[in-house]
Design a protein around this ligand. Structure first.
Ligand SMILES: Cc1cc2nc3c(=O)[nH]c(=O)nc-3n(C[C@H](O)[C@H](O)[C@H](O)COP(=O)(O)OP(=O)(O)OC[C@H]3O[C@@H](n4cnc5c(N)ncnc54)[C@H](O)[C@@H]3O)c2cc1C
Ligand SMILES: *[C@@H]1O[C@H](CO)[C@@H](O)[C@H](O)[C@H]1NC(C)=O
Ligand SMILES: *[C@@H]1O[C@H](CO)[C@@H](O)[C@H](O)[C@H]1NC(C)=O
Ligand SMILES: *[C@@H]1O[C@H](CO)[C@@H](O)[C@H](O)[C@H]1NC(C)=O
Ligand SMILES: *[C@@H]1O[C@H](CO)[C@@H](O)[C@H](O)[C@H]1NC(C)=O
Ligand SMILES: *[C@@H]1O[C@H](CO)[C@@H](O)[C@H](O)[C@H]1NC(C)=O
Ligand SMILES: *[C@@H]1O[C@H](CO)[C@@H](O)[C@H](O)[C@H]1NC(C)=O
Length: 530
């Protein structure tokens, strides 16, 4: 089914229009528009290039911004937003931007944690791919071509329309774009069985730095390797992916069980650390650690740990597995619900399971200011370490999502794709802090850094690993540029470990002029650096 004609939904943030759009940026460069218009051979250029004088400019700019930190009057605005409806429009944008010496930022779903898909300090244009979002599912061949501007929700929905026994292993938030998500790795509730989204890409179409459309064969295996986890924005504009669909059973089982530390959650958590990555690959059992109010009249804060699970099978098979491996959780049949795989997608997205159409909503229901960071844990954290963590979480008002690794993730070699965090990791941590008042930004970012400092002894070291899709511009922030790559070697090694050098090599080969560039794009070999 094609879903490319679904219109952008009305925007909740409409009221912000006036306050946000008063910033003036320089007028678009004299030569970009004529260059672009002459290349696209269309009289309707005005629908494809939005400038500040066009009425849709602000609406489109804001449409997919997830982090309110990058939606204010001092946020730099693009000279223009290109909204391609054909691949030739992307080609023209790349050719003309390069000719003009202006940066591009490519945006698919706009979920970048640091806003890099739509903010730049240098003069820039945005290529926003929301009109390129067809999903073509081929059940017979168990594959799908999906355009970059499609959301995960659109992808999952379209697969489920065609088959109840196929799925795709990608992330939980349905509004993410497949362009950014898959090029940065992409994990979700079935990745312990099937690996990352990027592990299940079998072909791709891209526009390269010279404006050519290439597929896997014509781009070559090195570039095809780099875009599956190395981040698309360093290498090309990805137009679409060909994905391998994976089998899912007609019925899966989910549960969520919460405990406070007063009820013994610390002991449960300690046990979880010892089994989460060793469980059968059909079980995904993550934990979410948050701050809540203590029961009783005296008040005060406590820690609540929620264990949430997806099992690829019926409840009868899950119960004995949990009884053998994690009896302390005291999982009961009454805690579990059987449902279809697509319903489990809704369940993990906190959407009512009868509302599958909600997967087609492209904008988040609510948005806030946020700052996140990530870590990998290779040894269980001691109980003393946990007690200190709980205390710190209460002080800094943050929460954690802990994702178990193991299973298929341990079978794929560290160098198979640029994503290096495979065998040896028990779980990954996402630290998250959100707030609603822009005046509190500095305070919360400071507290997040404090939490990250607290965790240093308990997480992976040399390098302290991080996940590219949880982009963090703090990484390398305090580093004196003592290496040939400067700061890049700090975040580059954290995100990619030993794959960083190979990414630099590919980058130097395919984009020697460093056109595809942002604050954390892969650098060139020093000798070639511009
Ligand atoms: C609410 C929320 C939930 C999340 N949940 C998960 C999760 O469950 N699992 C997980 O793995 N991650 C998760 N993430 C992180 C997510 O994977 C990344 O933010 C991802 O980069 C989002 O992709 P996007 O297309 O929406 O973002 P964008 O902001 O559009 O892009 C992100 C980056 O990719 C580049 N890019 C985007 N499209 C293209 C393209 N077509 N060609 C080349 N480069 C491109 C951008 O320039 C930018 O550098 C979550 C993020 C949020 C905000
Ligand atoms: C574009 O406009 C020109 C002049 O107004 C006209 O001659 C031409 O036919 C138009 N082309 C298309 C594709 O509409
Ligand atoms: C406003 O945006 C700028 C740039 O995007 C950002 O650095 C700043 O923190 C934002 N201000 C607030 C209050 O969030
Ligand atoms: C399905 O796959 C087979 C074998 O790989 C191939 O021959 C065939 O052309 C494919 N069909 C479609 C519709 O792509
Ligand atoms: C799980 O089931 C048990 C037994 O029915 C019940 O006591 C407990 O409250 C349930 N837990 C949750 C989180 O529903
Ligand atoms: C889904 O169920 C809820 C109650 O469980 C109900 O309020 C809602 O209207 C239902 N939605 C649809 C689309 O059926
Ligand atoms: C660079 O300097 C930082 C901070 O001084 C240090 O931690 C790091 O090990 C140095 N890196 C190299 C490669 O020398």
């Amino acid at each position: 089914m094609e879903i490319s004609h679904i219109k952008l939904l009305p925007l909740l943030l409409f009221f912000l229009l006036n306050s946000v759009c008063s910033t003036t940026s320089n007028p678009i460069s004299e030569s970009f528009v004529p260059c672009f218009s002459s290349l696209i051979h269309s009289n309707s250029t005005s629908k494809i290039i939005l400038t500040e004088s066009t009425s849709d400019y602000s609406l489109v700019l804001q449409s997919s911004i997830q982090n309110l930190r990058f939606l204010n009057t001092s946020t730099p605005k693009p000279h223009a937003i290109i909204t391609p409806s054909q691949y030739s429009h992307v080609q023209a944008a790349v050719v003309c931007a390069k000719k003009d010496g202006i940066q591009i930022r490519t945006r698919s779903g706009g979920h970048d944690y640091e806003g890099l898909s739509y903010v730049s300090k240098a003069p820039f244009v945005i290529i926003d791919l929301f009109n390129l979002r067809s999903v073509d599912v081929d059940i017979e061949n168990e594959s799908a071509w999906v355009e970059s501007g499609a959301t995960l929700g659109e992808l999952y929905y379209t697969i489920a329309q065609k088959s109840k026994i196929h799925g795709f292993p990608a992330g939980s938030c349905p509004t993410m774009g497949v362009g950014g998500h898959i090029s940065g790795g992409g994990f979700g509730t079935i990745f312990r069985k099937y690996g990352l989204a990027a592990d299940n890409v079998i072909d791709a179409k891209i526009v390269d730095v010279n404006g050519r459309i290439l597929d896997r064969k014509s781009m070559g295996e090195e570039l095809f390797w780099a875009i599956r986890g190395g981040g698309g924005s360093s290498f090309a504009v990805i137009l679409k992916w060909k994905l391998r669909l994976v089998p899912v059973p007609p019925s899966v089982t989910v549960f969520k069980i919460s405990q406070t530390i007063e009820q013994g959650a610390t002991k449960l958590f300690s046990k979880w650390q010892n089994i989460a990555d060793k469980l059968h690959e059909d079980i995904f059992l993550h934990s979410v650690v948050s701050v809540g109010n203590k029961a009783g009249a005296n008040g005060g804060k406590t820690i609540i740990i929620e264990f949430g699970s997806l099992f690829l099978g019926p409840v009868e098979k899950l119960l004995p597995l949990m009884q053998d491996n994690f009896p302390e959780l005291r999982l009961d049949r009454s805690n579990c619900t059987e449902m279809s795989w697509i319903e489990s997608v809704l369940y993990f997205a906190d959407i009512s399971i009868n509302e599958s159409e909600a997967l087609l909503r492209r904008t988040q229901q609510s948005k806030s200011f946020f700052k996140a960071k990530s870590d990998y844990v290779t040894e269980p954290i001691s109980e003393a370490g946990l007690e200190g963590l709980w205390q710190t979480l209460i002080e800094v008002e943050a929460y954690l999502i802990l994702t178990p690794y193991g299973g298929k993730m341990s079978e794929i070699s560290d160098s198979e794709t640029p994503f290096p965090h495979r065998i040896g990791n028990i779980f990954g941590i996402q630290y998250m802090v959100t707030w609603d008042d822009g005046k509190e930004t500095e305070k919360h970012i400071g507290m997040m850094r404090r939490l990250y400092d607290y965790m240093a002894p308990y997480v992976s070291k040399s390098p302290r690993g991080a996940y590219l899709n949880y982009r963090d511009l703090d990484l390398g922030r305090n580093n004196v540029c003592n290496t040939s790559y400067g700061q890049a070697s700090i975040w580059g090694l954290k995100y990619f470990k030993n794959n960083f050098r190979r990414l630099v090599h590919v980058k130097t080969l395919v984009d020697p002029g460093n056109f595809f560039m942002d604050e954390q794009s892969i650098p060139l070999f020093p000798s070639r650096k511009k």
